[in-house]
Ligand binder design. Sequence first.
Ligand code: SAM
Length: 215
Amino acid sequence: MMPDDLVPHAIAAKGFMPEDEGAFLHRVARERLPHGPVLEVGSYCGKSAIYLGAAAREVGGTVFTVDHHRGSEENQAGWEHHDASLVDTESGLMDTLATFRRTIERAGLEDQVVAVVGRSTTVSSHWRTPLSLLFIDGGHAEEPAQDDYAGFAPWVMPGGALVIHDVFERPEDGGQAPYHVWLRAVRGGAFEPVETVGSMRVLARVRGGAGDPVG
Ligand SMILES: C[S@@+](CC[C@H](N)C(=O)[O-])C[C@H]1O[C@@H](n2cnc3c(N)ncnc32)[C@H](O)[C@@H]1O
């Protein structure tokens, strides 16, 4: 169960995480964090990071969350998930970093949640730390979603969890890239499906060690 004091923070935060999926993410993170750090791709304004950070506050451990804070394709002006209040008036670019910081500060999770600000491919090309849990919720177009998997999934430790958000098998329910990543993970042989809540799917690393190829 999410700690009572953090539930209102998670609900109030801007973002794309239904409460049942957030509670599920929190439960998986609680199980995994004693084994090593969590990495999230796609911080946005910190909503999912509260669910992950809550688990770190309870059981110890650290959550790294990667985002360039310029928004995905679907967050840009004219697209479905655009929020005009998140546009930097000087540059005209999306900027979710200040809102993210405020969200995590208000939740009191600055010791647990570490923002890594940059393009995920840049970060993943330098990443060498085994992960107890990888949560992929970054760009939802085919290329960024596949890049996130290729760059970070090898670093999931044996027995570690790969969690993919917004997995929709039917095109009429949503974009297909996260589903394609899920298929790739299963077909690659390094991961096996474990559990699903809503559009969130959890897989476990069943083959290879951290840093080994995952297919
Ligand atoms: C769906 S939102 C994340 C939602 C968040 N997890 C939540 O629950 O509220 C996707 C985020 O991924 C980020 N993103 C997209 N492509 C990226 C890339 N190549 N590198 C870093 N961040 C990226 C966007 O800036 C956006 O904030």
